[in-house]
Design a protein. Structure first.
Ligand code: SAM
Length: 269
């Protein structure tokens, strides 16, 4: 960082406190380098030349907008189609055969750029023969408007699709007419997914209940009390017998909850 971009301990604490209070992401321990790098990117984007001026901007009347942009810049959005394939295998073998009612509700609770909810929609199309006669909705939410915008466009570079079975590419994607070397998710898959902005730390305006909640690879960024609170809220939003799927590097062993352990990263109400 240049001299004007030096981040003092006090400034780092202020920024990490703001991020923690707003969205639960815990940047406090050993994350200075990451915060600095992401702030620098944001400074370049808006032409700010010092941490001090940036903090003044955050404290100003226009601060709310910039705070949201900063939170967005602090998020880690790594994702991919059919990530952690064991969950999709479990869905196919154990969950889909049990969905007997007309109404099917899934929630991808930190969907990033959409690969997770679209993978679920493709799975449903592939293995639920009467999917078009059911009332199916996959709610896909995230705090990052940048990622939701990407997800809504549903445009993915060839590279990100190389591990998909070629039959999926043929059935569920169309070559983009607008972007080079990219495919767009087909309309009959996109229409099953509703993208919306939602901060997991805020209020949840939807009613639920859901048959399955995917909350994968986001709780690792939260501290234990935040995880605890979140998992209890998920319980309230699940159908009896519904499933909560977390990332395989997460697990609920360190927190108190009412879920039944089914298999790694898979819990049942
Ligand atoms: C690493 S991605 C995981 C994406 C996907 N679930 C997966 O496993 O591939 C984590 C996502 O969590 C989102 N996130 C972080 N804090 C959040 C919060 N408080 N509310 C909603 N989304 C949040 C980030 O914006 C990011 O897109």
């Amino acid at each position: 960082m240049q001299a004007t971009h030096e981040l003092s301990d006090k400034q780092f604490r202020k920024i990490s406190d703001l991020v923690y209070r707003h969205c639960g992401i815990n940047l406090k321990d050993g994350k200075e380098a990451l915060v600095k790098a992401r702030l620098m990117k944001r400074f370049r984007a808006i032409g700010i030349d010092s941490v001090e001026s940036y903090l003044e901007l955050i404290d100003s009347k226009a601060g709310d907008h910039e705070l949201n942009q900063m939170i967005d810049a602090m998020t880690t959005n790594k994702t991919s189609f059919f990530r952690e394939i064991e969950h999709f295998k479990f869905m196919r073998e154990m969950v889909l055969p049990q969905l007997n009612g007309r109404r099917i509700r899934f929630w991808s609770a930190a969907c990033s750029s959409g690969e997770e909810p679209y993978s679920l929609a493709m799975l449903l199309r592939e293995y639920l023969t009467d999917v078009d006669r059911r009332d199916v909705l996959i709610l896909a939410t995230d705090i990052s408007r940048r990622m939701l915008e990407k997800g809504s466009k549903a445009l993915y570079p060839d590279d990100s699709l190389k591990d998909l079975p070629s039959s999926y590419l043929q059935k569920y994607f169309v070559r983009s007419r607008h972007a080079a070397c990219a495919y767009q998710v087909a309309d009959n898959v996109r229409s099953m997914v509703r993208m919306a902005h939602l901060n997991l730390m805020g209020s949840w305006p939807m009613k639920g209940p859901f048959h399955v909640i995917f909350c994968r690879n986001v709780m690792i960024y939260f501290d234990r009390p935040t995880q605890q609170q979140l998992v209890n809220r998920f319980w309230e939003f699940l159908e009896p017998g519904g499933y909560l799927l977390v990332g395989h590097s997460e697990g609920l062993s360190a927190i108190t909850h009412k879920f039944k352990y089914v298999r790694p990263a898979t819990y049942r109400k």
